[in-house]
Design a protein around this ligand. Structure first.
Ligand code: ATP
Length: 349
């Protein structure tokens, strides 16, 4: 497969602040890669460098094989054929839907064709304020696609939509991008969005790509503790690793990935803990019903606090004694402090 975008060794500082420190990102043609990372980690800066709004201090960017940055002379923004889909509200309010789509469209193209592609046939004469937020995002997408970019950059494009609408709009847009085999880069700090929409996810932490893989790889086999915390909620329990098994207050737990012998942090996903008659004793400290599942806070015999999430409703109350068990293998990382017996509880989103 050809690379739609290949950025290598990208470095960028603003004054004394180093924002990108050798970031690499390769997006195969016709696929979507999400760049996921905490606020301020340099996601937007990386997109701006790919688009050509910002020059990197070092590194190269290729789009469909063409060297656009890092060569003898950078290719300007308007020659890169890069599309940009920003947050809600980016339509020209004084132009009709059709006028917005026609903006920047090559001669010979039909507005109706692109409105069909995004499922808005017949709306060419509407004004942006007459259509819903989700429809406005589709118009923005039609406008971006009509210009036939070699790569489409989406910078937190769903952040301004209400929660209810957001899931549907982003799934629809991901489907359209897949159907049109558009090479795209989605910048987001929302792990659910990155995991559910993209073909691959690049995790940007402290200015470099800590891990790049399929959504399942990133969630199931995060390379570091920081990566594990960023891609989903964690339950963290201290232990001691010995030949791939970690001894913890929850019993001996087999590790998914190789882990060095010695003090280790075990990471479980909240759905891996189960109430089971033959498990480890624990005491319930709190229980909250969320609808699809119930969050149960527990304290183990050694004082370690953990939070489990169980499908449906669970019939326990604070003070109850229960027994719990871990489902499947666990993630384990060398303990950053080298200390043992620390109760870490739940972290992350
Ligand atoms: P967010 O998710 O909050 O948008 P981000 O990961 O997209 O964050 P960037 O917008 O790339 O992060 O910014 C990274 C850092 O670089 C921030 O500390 C920001 O203040 C700084 N920065 C970005 N652009 C400039 C600029 N033109 N001049 C000075 N500092 C900048």
């Amino acid at each position: 497969m050809t690379d739609g975008v290949a950025a290598h060794g990208i470095e960028k500082s603003f004054g004394s602040r180093r924002v990108l420190a050798g970031a690499d990102l390769v997006v195969p043609e016709g696929t979507m890669t999400a760049v996921l990372g905490p606020s301020g980690c340099g996601k937007t800066t990386l997109l701006r460098i790919i688009a050509g709004f910002t020059d990197p201090d070092a590194g190269t960017v290729r789009i469909a094989g063409q060297l656009v940055a890092g060569g003898p002379s950078p290719v300007p923004v308007h020659r890169r054929r890069v599309g940009l889909m920003p947050q809600e509200g980016a339509l020209f309010p004084h132009l009709s839907v059709g006028g917005n789509v026609a903006f920047g469209m090559p001669r010979g193209e039909r507005v109706e064709h692109w409105l069909d592609v995004v499922g808005l046939e017949g709306l060419a004469d509407a004004r942006p304020h007459e259509i819903s937020g989700g429809q406005q995002q589709r118009v923005a997408l039609a406008r971006a696609l009509a210009a036939q970019p070699r790569v489409l950059l989406l910078d937190e494009p769903f952040a301004a939509l209400d929660t209810g609408l957001r899931t549907r709009v982003r799934e629809d847009i991901a489907t359209i991008l897949r159907d049109t085999a558009t090479t795209s880069i989605l910048v987001t700090h929302d792990q659910t969005e990155a995991l559910s929409l993209a073909d691959s996810v690049a995790l940007l932490i402290d200015g470099s790509v800590a891990q790049h893989g399929s959504p399942a790889e990133l969630y199931q086999r995060p390379a570091t503790l920081a990566a594990a915390r960023f891609v989903g909620a964690t339950i963290e329990v201290a232990g001691t690793a010995d030949a791939g098994v970690v001894r913890t207050a929850l019993g001996p737990l087999p590790a998914v990935l190789p882990v060095a012998d010695g003090p280790a942090i075990v990471v479980l996903r909240p759905q891996q803990l189960r109430l089971r008659p033959e498990g480890v004793p624990a005491q319930v400290t709190a229980c909250r019903f969320y609808g699809p599942d119930t969050a149960v806070d527990l304290v183990l015999a050694d004082g370690t606090a953990v939070r489990m999430r169980t499908p449906g409703q669970v019939d326990v109350t604070p003070g109850d004694s229960v027994t719990i068990e871990v489902d499947g293998q666990v993630l384990a990382y060398p303990s950053p402090s080298g200390r043992q017996g620390v109760a870490l509880g739940e972290a992350g989103g």
